[in-house]
Design a protein around this ligand. Structure first.
Ligand code: ATP
Length: 437
Protein backbone atom coordinates (compact mmCIF):
# COMPACT_ATOMS: atom_id res chain seq x y z
CA UNK A 1 0.00 0.00 0.00
CA UNK A 2 1.37 3.38 -0.99
CA UNK A 3 1.70 5.99 1.75
CA UNK A 4 1.80 9.24 -0.22
CA UNK A 5 1.59 11.37 2.89
CA UNK A 6 4.71 9.82 4.39
CA UNK A 7 6.61 10.24 1.13
CA UNK A 8 5.58 13.91 0.95
CA UNK A 9 6.71 14.47 4.54
CA UNK A 10 10.10 12.87 3.82
CA UNK A 11 10.62 14.91 0.62
CA UNK A 12 9.76 18.11 2.45
CA UNK A 13 11.96 17.32 5.47
CA UNK A 14 14.85 16.42 3.16
CA UNK A 15 14.64 19.79 1.41
CA UNK A 16 13.99 21.91 4.51
CA UNK A 17 16.74 20.39 6.62
CA UNK A 18 19.40 20.09 3.92
CA UNK A 19 19.41 16.39 3.04
CA UNK A 20 18.32 16.36 -0.60
CA UNK A 21 17.38 19.15 -3.04
CA UNK A 22 15.88 18.83 -6.56
CA UNK A 23 18.73 18.95 -9.12
CA UNK A 24 19.44 22.39 -10.73
CA UNK A 25 16.47 23.76 -8.81
CA UNK A 26 16.95 27.46 -9.60
CA UNK A 27 16.58 26.60 -13.31
CA UNK A 28 13.36 24.70 -12.75
CA UNK A 29 15.07 21.37 -12.08
CA UNK A 30 16.14 18.47 -14.30
CA UNK A 31 13.95 15.37 -14.09
CA UNK A 32 15.58 12.34 -12.51
CA UNK A 33 18.40 14.27 -10.80
CA UNK A 34 18.83 15.34 -7.18
CA UNK A 35 21.56 17.21 -5.32
CA UNK A 36 22.69 16.27 -1.83
CA UNK A 37 23.00 18.87 0.91
CA UNK A 38 25.35 18.59 3.91
CA UNK A 39 23.18 16.11 5.84
CA UNK A 40 22.29 14.05 2.75
CA UNK A 41 25.89 13.67 1.74
CA UNK A 42 26.85 12.63 5.28
CA UNK A 43 24.08 10.00 5.32
CA UNK A 44 25.00 8.76 1.84
CA UNK A 45 28.69 8.47 2.69
CA UNK A 46 27.89 6.66 5.95
CA UNK A 47 25.81 4.10 4.04
CA UNK A 48 28.56 3.65 1.44
CA UNK A 49 31.17 3.34 4.16
CA UNK A 50 29.19 0.68 5.99
CA UNK A 51 28.78 -1.31 2.75
CA UNK A 52 32.51 -1.00 1.97
CA UNK A 53 33.40 -1.97 5.53
CA UNK A 54 31.06 -4.99 5.48
CA UNK A 55 32.02 -6.32 2.05
CA UNK A 56 35.58 -5.11 1.41
CA UNK A 57 37.63 -3.86 4.38
CA UNK A 58 36.74 -6.71 6.72
CA UNK A 59 37.27 -9.47 4.14
CA UNK A 60 40.30 -11.15 2.69
CA UNK A 61 38.64 -12.16 -0.57
CA UNK A 62 37.39 -8.77 -1.85
CA UNK A 63 39.30 -6.32 -4.04
CA UNK A 64 38.04 -2.76 -4.37
CA UNK A 65 38.28 -0.98 -7.69
CA UNK A 66 37.21 2.38 -9.11
CA UNK A 67 36.87 2.16 -12.89
CA UNK A 68 36.21 4.95 -15.40
CA UNK A 69 32.59 5.87 -16.13
CA UNK A 70 33.35 6.20 -19.85
CA UNK A 71 34.42 2.94 -21.43
CA UNK A 72 35.38 1.72 -24.86
CA UNK A 73 31.97 1.26 -26.56
CA UNK A 74 32.90 -2.30 -27.57
CA UNK A 75 32.54 -3.23 -23.89
CA UNK A 76 28.84 -2.29 -24.03
CA UNK A 77 28.39 -4.28 -27.23
CA UNK A 78 29.95 -7.29 -25.52
CA UNK A 79 27.75 -6.98 -22.43
CA UNK A 80 24.58 -6.82 -24.53
CA UNK A 81 23.67 -3.29 -23.42
CA UNK A 82 23.85 -1.69 -26.89
CA UNK A 83 21.36 -4.16 -28.31
CA UNK A 84 19.31 -4.96 -25.24
CA UNK A 85 19.38 -2.41 -22.41
CA UNK A 86 15.94 -1.08 -23.12
CA UNK A 87 12.50 -0.62 -21.63
CA UNK A 88 9.18 -0.70 -23.50
CA UNK A 89 8.01 2.83 -24.25
CA UNK A 90 4.45 3.91 -25.10
CA UNK A 91 3.29 7.35 -26.13
CA UNK A 92 -0.12 8.94 -25.69
CA UNK A 93 -1.32 10.05 -29.15
CA UNK A 94 -3.25 12.95 -27.56
CA UNK A 95 -0.96 14.54 -24.92
CA UNK A 96 2.28 12.99 -26.27
CA UNK A 97 3.46 12.05 -22.78
CA UNK A 98 5.64 8.94 -22.68
CA UNK A 99 5.30 6.07 -20.24
CA UNK A 100 6.90 2.72 -19.48
CA UNK A 101 4.47 0.17 -20.93
CA UNK A 102 5.20 -2.39 -18.20
CA UNK A 103 4.23 0.17 -15.51
CA UNK A 104 0.71 0.57 -16.94
CA UNK A 105 -2.00 -2.00 -16.36
CA UNK A 106 -3.91 -3.46 -19.31
CA UNK A 107 -7.65 -2.83 -18.92
CA UNK A 108 -10.13 -4.44 -21.36
CA UNK A 109 -7.29 -5.46 -23.66
CA UNK A 110 -5.71 -1.99 -23.92
CA UNK A 111 -3.39 0.34 -22.03
CA UNK A 112 -4.68 3.85 -21.34
CA UNK A 113 -2.91 7.16 -20.74
CA UNK A 114 -2.81 7.68 -16.93
CA UNK A 115 -3.39 11.42 -17.50
CA UNK A 116 -6.25 11.60 -20.03
CA UNK A 117 -7.43 7.99 -20.53
CA UNK A 118 -6.65 7.85 -24.29
CA UNK A 119 -5.78 4.39 -25.62
CA UNK A 120 -1.99 4.24 -25.94
CA UNK A 121 -0.14 3.23 -29.09
CA UNK A 122 2.12 0.21 -29.63
CA UNK A 123 5.12 -0.16 -27.32
CA UNK A 124 8.60 0.17 -28.81
CA UNK A 125 11.95 -0.62 -27.20
CA UNK A 126 13.82 2.46 -25.92
CA UNK A 127 17.53 2.11 -25.12
CA UNK A 128 18.27 3.72 -21.77
CA UNK A 129 21.98 4.37 -22.21
CA UNK A 130 23.09 8.01 -22.46
CA UNK A 131 25.10 8.38 -25.66
CA UNK A 132 27.96 10.81 -25.74
CA UNK A 133 30.78 11.91 -28.01
CA UNK A 134 34.36 11.31 -26.92
CA UNK A 135 36.96 13.68 -28.39
CA UNK A 136 36.76 16.48 -30.91
CA UNK A 137 35.63 14.54 -33.99
CA UNK A 138 31.95 13.84 -34.43
CA UNK A 139 31.73 10.52 -36.22
CA UNK A 140 30.29 7.11 -35.32
CA UNK A 141 33.67 5.87 -34.05
CA UNK A 142 33.73 8.51 -31.29
CA UNK A 143 30.41 7.45 -29.73
CA UNK A 144 30.53 6.19 -26.17
CA UNK A 145 28.05 5.83 -23.33
CA UNK A 146 27.78 6.86 -19.72
CA UNK A 147 27.83 3.50 -17.96
CA UNK A 148 24.34 2.22 -17.04
CA UNK A 149 25.80 -0.03 -14.32
CA UNK A 150 29.17 -0.26 -12.62
CA UNK A 151 29.56 -4.00 -13.33
CA UNK A 152 31.30 -3.53 -16.72
CA UNK A 153 34.26 -1.76 -15.11
CA UNK A 154 34.86 -4.83 -12.95
CA UNK A 155 34.69 -7.42 -15.73
CA UNK A 156 37.19 -5.48 -17.87
CA UNK A 157 39.56 -5.31 -14.87
CA UNK A 158 39.26 -9.00 -13.97
CA UNK A 159 42.57 -9.87 -15.67
CA UNK A 160 44.37 -6.84 -14.21
CA UNK A 161 43.51 -7.83 -10.66
CA UNK A 162 44.33 -11.51 -11.28
CA UNK A 163 47.72 -10.54 -12.75
CA UNK A 164 48.63 -8.15 -9.92
CA UNK A 165 47.25 -10.00 -6.90
CA UNK A 166 46.95 -13.67 -7.95
CA UNK A 167 43.79 -14.14 -5.87
CA UNK A 168 42.49 -17.63 -5.21
CA UNK A 169 38.89 -18.41 -6.11
CA UNK A 170 36.38 -17.51 -4.84
CA UNK A 171 37.12 -13.78 -4.79
CA UNK A 172 35.24 -10.62 -5.61
CA UNK A 173 35.74 -7.21 -7.15
CA UNK A 174 33.77 -4.43 -5.48
CA UNK A 175 32.95 -0.95 -6.64
CA UNK A 176 30.85 2.05 -5.64
CA UNK A 177 30.17 4.55 -8.38
CA UNK A 178 27.84 6.59 -10.53
CA UNK A 179 25.68 5.02 -13.22
CA UNK A 180 23.32 6.71 -15.66
CA UNK A 181 20.02 5.49 -17.08
CA UNK A 182 17.80 7.53 -19.33
CA UNK A 183 14.69 6.30 -17.53
CA UNK A 184 11.47 6.90 -19.48
CA UNK A 185 9.66 8.09 -16.38
CA UNK A 186 11.94 9.04 -13.46
CA UNK A 187 9.83 9.38 -10.32
CA UNK A 188 9.20 8.71 -6.67
CA UNK A 189 11.89 11.05 -5.34
CA UNK A 190 15.27 9.28 -5.36
CA UNK A 191 13.76 5.86 -6.12
CA UNK A 192 13.95 6.13 -9.91
CA UNK A 193 16.71 8.44 -11.08
CA UNK A 194 18.56 9.16 -14.29
CA UNK A 195 21.84 9.69 -12.44
CA UNK A 196 22.33 7.17 -9.66
CA UNK A 197 25.02 5.44 -7.67
CA UNK A 198 25.49 1.71 -7.32
CA UNK A 199 27.35 -0.52 -4.89
CA UNK A 200 28.17 -3.72 -6.73
CA UNK A 201 30.24 -6.86 -6.31
CA UNK A 202 31.24 -9.33 -8.99
CA UNK A 203 32.11 -12.46 -7.01
CA UNK A 204 33.95 -15.08 -9.05
CA UNK A 205 33.91 -18.78 -8.26
CA UNK A 206 34.46 -22.22 -9.77
CA UNK A 207 31.42 -23.14 -11.95
CA UNK A 208 30.56 -26.03 -9.59
CA UNK A 209 30.56 -23.72 -6.53
CA UNK A 210 28.08 -21.05 -7.63
CA UNK A 211 25.24 -22.17 -5.36
CA UNK A 212 27.46 -21.96 -2.28
CA UNK A 213 28.66 -18.47 -3.27
CA UNK A 214 25.11 -17.35 -4.01
CA UNK A 215 23.88 -18.50 -0.60
CA UNK A 216 26.84 -16.90 1.17
CA UNK A 217 26.26 -13.52 -0.48
CA UNK A 218 22.54 -13.73 0.12
CA UNK A 219 23.17 -14.12 3.86
CA UNK A 220 25.82 -11.42 3.92
CA UNK A 221 23.56 -9.04 2.05
CA UNK A 222 20.71 -9.61 4.51
CA UNK A 223 23.12 -8.96 7.39
CA UNK A 224 24.21 -5.69 5.83
CA UNK A 225 20.62 -4.52 5.31
CA UNK A 226 19.89 -5.12 9.00
CA UNK A 227 23.14 -3.41 10.02
CA UNK A 228 22.03 -0.11 8.46
CA UNK A 229 18.82 -0.24 10.47
CA UNK A 230 16.28 -1.68 8.03
CA UNK A 231 13.54 -3.67 9.76
CA UNK A 232 13.59 -7.37 8.85
CA UNK A 233 9.84 -7.49 8.30
CA UNK A 234 10.04 -4.86 5.56
CA UNK A 235 12.57 -6.85 3.50
CA UNK A 236 11.18 -9.43 1.07
CA UNK A 237 13.23 -11.81 -1.04
CA UNK A 238 11.53 -12.47 -4.35
CA UNK A 239 12.69 -15.24 -6.68
CA UNK A 240 12.54 -13.96 -10.27
CA UNK A 241 10.95 -16.39 -12.73
CA UNK A 242 12.48 -17.73 -15.93
CA UNK A 243 10.97 -15.22 -18.38
CA UNK A 244 11.60 -12.14 -16.22
CA UNK A 245 15.33 -12.30 -15.53
CA UNK A 246 17.97 -10.15 -17.25
CA UNK A 247 19.52 -11.76 -20.34
CA UNK A 248 22.71 -12.75 -18.47
CA UNK A 249 21.12 -14.30 -15.39
CA UNK A 250 20.36 -17.95 -14.55
CA UNK A 251 19.03 -17.12 -11.12
CA UNK A 252 18.00 -13.80 -9.57
CA UNK A 253 16.60 -12.84 -6.21
CA UNK A 254 15.27 -9.33 -5.86
CA UNK A 255 15.39 -7.82 -2.39
CA UNK A 256 12.18 -5.83 -2.27
CA UNK A 257 11.42 -3.34 0.47
CA UNK A 258 8.24 -1.79 1.85
CA UNK A 259 8.82 1.78 0.65
CA UNK A 260 6.03 4.35 1.17
CA UNK A 261 5.34 3.89 -2.58
CA UNK A 262 4.73 0.15 -2.04
CA UNK A 263 6.83 -3.03 -2.09
CA UNK A 264 9.55 -2.32 -4.68
CA UNK A 265 13.03 -3.48 -5.68
CA UNK A 266 15.77 -2.29 -3.36
CA UNK A 267 18.54 -4.57 -4.61
CA UNK A 268 19.26 -7.63 -6.70
CA UNK A 269 21.35 -10.77 -6.36
CA UNK A 270 22.09 -12.38 -9.72
CA UNK A 271 23.95 -15.47 -10.88
CA UNK A 272 25.53 -14.09 -14.07
CA UNK A 273 27.21 -17.42 -14.96
CA UNK A 274 30.32 -16.99 -17.16
CA UNK A 275 28.33 -14.76 -19.53
CA UNK A 276 30.28 -11.54 -19.03
CA UNK A 277 33.83 -12.91 -18.94
CA UNK A 278 33.09 -15.02 -22.04
CA UNK A 279 31.61 -12.09 -23.94
CA UNK A 280 34.47 -9.76 -23.00
CA UNK A 281 37.02 -12.45 -23.95
CA UNK A 282 35.42 -12.78 -27.35
CA UNK A 283 34.94 -9.05 -28.09
CA UNK A 284 38.32 -7.92 -26.72
CA UNK A 285 40.22 -10.99 -28.00
CA UNK A 286 41.81 -11.28 -24.55
CA UNK A 287 41.94 -14.55 -22.66
CA UNK A 288 39.93 -14.04 -19.47
CA UNK A 289 40.20 -17.60 -18.24
CA UNK A 290 41.57 -18.50 -14.82
CA UNK A 291 44.23 -21.07 -14.06
CA UNK A 292 43.87 -22.92 -10.78
CA UNK A 293 47.42 -23.68 -9.56
CA UNK A 294 46.24 -26.44 -7.23
CA UNK A 295 44.04 -28.45 -9.60
CA UNK A 296 45.93 -27.37 -12.76
CA UNK A 297 42.54 -26.63 -14.29
CA UNK A 298 41.90 -23.70 -16.67
CA UNK A 299 38.34 -22.37 -16.93
CA UNK A 300 36.19 -19.23 -17.08
CA UNK A 301 34.95 -18.49 -13.55
CA UNK A 302 31.26 -18.02 -12.88
CA UNK A 303 30.00 -14.88 -11.23
CA UNK A 304 27.48 -13.85 -8.57
CA UNK A 305 26.49 -10.19 -8.38
CA UNK A 306 24.87 -8.43 -5.42
CA UNK A 307 23.88 -4.96 -6.61
CA UNK A 308 22.22 -2.15 -4.71
CA UNK A 309 21.49 1.48 -5.50
CA UNK A 310 22.85 3.90 -2.90
CA UNK A 311 19.79 6.14 -3.23
CA UNK A 312 17.30 3.29 -2.80
CA UNK A 313 19.19 2.15 0.32
CA UNK A 314 19.14 5.73 1.57
CA UNK A 315 15.41 6.07 0.87
CA UNK A 316 14.76 2.80 2.72
CA UNK A 317 16.80 4.04 5.69
CA UNK A 318 15.08 7.43 5.72
CA UNK A 319 11.52 6.16 5.37
CA UNK A 320 11.83 3.42 7.95
CA UNK A 321 13.48 5.76 10.46
CA UNK A 322 10.73 8.42 10.27
CA UNK A 323 8.31 8.66 13.18
CA UNK A 324 6.04 11.17 14.78
CA UNK A 325 5.33 10.96 18.52
CA UNK A 326 2.99 12.79 20.81
CA UNK A 327 5.06 14.23 23.66
CA UNK A 328 2.91 16.07 26.19
CA UNK A 329 0.50 17.26 23.49
CA UNK A 330 3.22 18.27 21.01
CA UNK A 331 4.27 16.33 17.92
CA UNK A 332 7.91 15.29 18.03
CA UNK A 333 9.35 14.29 14.62
CA UNK A 334 12.21 11.83 14.90
CA UNK A 335 14.48 10.11 12.42
CA UNK A 336 15.57 7.09 14.44
CA UNK A 337 18.71 6.32 12.42
CA UNK A 338 21.17 3.70 13.65
CA UNK A 339 24.00 5.80 15.21
CA UNK A 340 26.46 4.30 12.67
CA UNK A 341 24.65 5.93 9.71
CA UNK A 342 23.26 9.09 11.35
CA UNK A 343 24.54 12.16 9.46
CA UNK A 344 25.24 13.88 12.78
CA UNK A 345 26.10 11.50 15.60
CA UNK A 346 26.62 13.99 18.41
CA UNK A 347 25.36 17.58 18.75
CA UNK A 348 27.12 19.80 21.27
CA UNK A 349 24.84 22.44 22.76
CA UNK A 350 26.01 25.09 25.23
CA UNK A 351 23.19 26.42 27.41
CA UNK A 352 24.37 29.98 26.78
CA UNK A 353 26.11 31.65 23.83
CA UNK A 354 28.51 33.44 26.15
CA UNK A 355 32.18 32.53 25.87
CA UNK A 356 32.23 31.06 29.34
CA UNK A 357 30.11 28.10 28.04
CA UNK A 358 30.66 28.43 24.29
CA UNK A 359 34.41 27.97 24.57
CA UNK A 360 34.43 24.69 26.54
CA UNK A 361 31.55 23.46 24.33
CA UNK A 362 33.58 24.16 21.16
CA UNK A 363 36.57 22.38 22.71
CA UNK A 364 34.39 19.33 23.43
CA UNK A 365 32.99 19.40 19.86
CA UNK A 366 36.50 19.56 18.40
CA UNK A 367 37.68 16.63 20.51
CA UNK A 368 34.66 14.51 19.57
CA UNK A 369 35.14 15.33 15.86
CA UNK A 370 38.06 12.90 15.91
CA UNK A 371 35.72 9.97 16.50
CA UNK A 372 32.27 11.14 15.36
CA UNK A 373 30.26 13.36 13.02
CA UNK A 374 29.58 16.33 15.26
CA UNK A 375 27.59 19.56 15.01
CA UNK A 376 27.73 22.58 17.27
CA UNK A 377 24.56 24.60 17.85
CA UNK A 378 24.08 27.54 20.23
CA UNK A 379 20.96 29.21 18.83
CA UNK A 380 17.46 29.24 20.42
CA UNK A 381 16.15 27.45 23.49
CA UNK A 382 17.55 24.07 24.48
CA UNK A 383 14.13 22.43 23.92
CA UNK A 384 13.98 23.72 20.34
CA UNK A 385 17.53 22.56 19.71
CA UNK A 386 16.69 19.06 20.95
CA UNK A 387 13.69 18.93 18.58
CA UNK A 388 15.84 20.11 15.67
CA UNK A 389 18.37 17.37 16.36
CA UNK A 390 15.58 14.75 16.71
CA UNK A 391 14.24 15.75 13.31
CA UNK A 392 17.58 15.13 11.59
CA UNK A 393 18.18 11.92 13.52
CA UNK A 394 21.05 12.89 15.85
CA UNK A 395 21.25 10.06 18.41
CA UNK A 396 23.04 12.05 21.16
CA UNK A 397 23.03 15.65 22.38
CA UNK A 398 25.72 16.88 24.76
CA UNK A 399 24.62 19.88 26.82
CA UNK A 400 27.21 22.12 28.42
CA UNK A 401 25.67 24.02 31.35
CA UNK A 402 26.88 26.23 34.20
CA UNK A 403 27.55 23.19 36.41
CA UNK A 404 30.04 22.03 33.77
CA UNK A 405 32.35 24.83 34.90
CA UNK A 406 32.62 23.30 38.36
CA UNK A 407 32.02 19.55 37.92
CA UNK A 408 33.78 19.15 34.54
CA UNK A 409 30.81 17.04 33.36
CA UNK A 410 28.06 17.40 30.73
CA UNK A 411 24.54 16.08 30.20
CA UNK A 412 24.13 13.49 27.47
CA UNK A 413 20.60 13.11 26.09
CA UNK A 414 19.50 9.99 24.23
CA UNK A 415 17.29 10.73 21.18
CA UNK A 416 15.07 7.67 21.51
CA UNK A 417 14.49 7.48 25.26
CA UNK A 418 14.97 11.23 25.88
CA UNK A 419 16.76 10.12 29.08
CA UNK A 420 19.67 12.25 30.27
CA UNK A 421 22.79 11.26 32.13
CA UNK A 422 25.75 13.15 33.53
CA UNK A 423 29.11 12.15 32.04
CA UNK A 424 32.59 13.50 32.87
CA UNK A 425 34.15 15.40 29.95
CA UNK A 426 37.26 13.24 30.27
CA UNK A 427 35.15 10.09 29.69
CA UNK A 428 33.12 11.37 26.71
CA UNK A 429 35.22 9.87 23.90
CA UNK A 430 35.25 6.39 25.40
CA UNK A 431 31.54 6.73 26.28
CA UNK A 432 30.67 7.39 22.62
CA UNK A 433 33.16 5.07 20.98
CA UNK A 434 31.14 1.97 21.86
CA UNK A 435 27.81 3.58 21.02
CA UNK A 436 28.47 4.91 17.53
CA UNK A 437 29.82 1.84 15.74
P1 ATP B 1 14.08 -1.50 -11.86
O1 ATP B 1 13.41 -2.83 -12.21
O2 ATP B 1 13.52 -0.86 -10.61
O3 ATP B 1 14.19 -0.57 -13.02
P2 ATP B 1 16.54 -2.85 -12.33
O4 ATP B 1 16.12 -4.27 -12.11
O5 ATP B 1 16.67 -2.35 -13.71
O6 ATP B 1 15.58 -1.85 -11.47
P3 ATP B 1 19.27 -3.35 -11.76
O7 ATP B 1 19.69 -3.23 -13.17
O8 ATP B 1 19.19 -4.71 -11.15
O9 ATP B 1 17.88 -2.58 -11.54
O10 ATP B 1 20.21 -2.39 -10.88
C1 ATP B 1 20.70 -2.74 -9.61
C2 ATP B 1 20.21 -1.78 -8.56
O11 ATP B 1 20.47 -0.42 -8.94
C3 ATP B 1 18.71 -1.81 -8.30
O12 ATP B 1 18.36 -2.86 -7.44
C4 ATP B 1 18.46 -0.45 -7.69
O13 ATP B 1 18.80 -0.45 -6.31
C5 ATP B 1 19.45 0.44 -8.43
N1 ATP B 1 18.78 1.15 -9.53
C6 ATP B 1 18.54 0.69 -10.77
N2 ATP B 1 17.93 1.63 -11.52
C7 ATP B 1 17.79 2.71 -10.74
C8 ATP B 1 17.27 4.03 -10.94
N3 ATP B 1 16.78 4.39 -12.11
N4 ATP B 1 17.30 4.90 -9.91
C9 ATP B 1 17.82 4.54 -8.70
N5 ATP B 1 18.33 3.33 -8.46
C10 ATP B 1 18.33 2.41 -9.45
Amino acid sequence: MADTQLMEKIVSLCKRRGFIYPGSEIYGGLAGTYDYGPLGVALKKAIQQSWWQHFVTTREDMYGIDAAILMNPRAWEASGHVSGFSDPLVECPKCHKRFRADHIETVDGAKHCPDDGTVLGEARQFNMMFKTQVGATEDPTSISYLRPETAGGMFVNFKNVVDSFHPKLPFGLAQIGKAFRNEIAPRDFVFRLRELEQMEIEYFCHPSKWEEAFEHLRQQFNMWLLSIGLPKEKIHEVEIGDGDRAHYSKRTIDFEFDFPIGQKELAGLAYRTDFDLKQHSEYSKTDLSYFDEETKERFIPHCIEPSVGVERALLAVLTSAYREEDVEGEIRTVLSFKPSVAPIQVAVLPLSKKDELAKPARDIANTLRRIARVSYDETQSIGKRYRRQDEIGTPYCVTVDFDTLTDQAVTVRDRDTMQQERIAIADLSSYFQGKLA
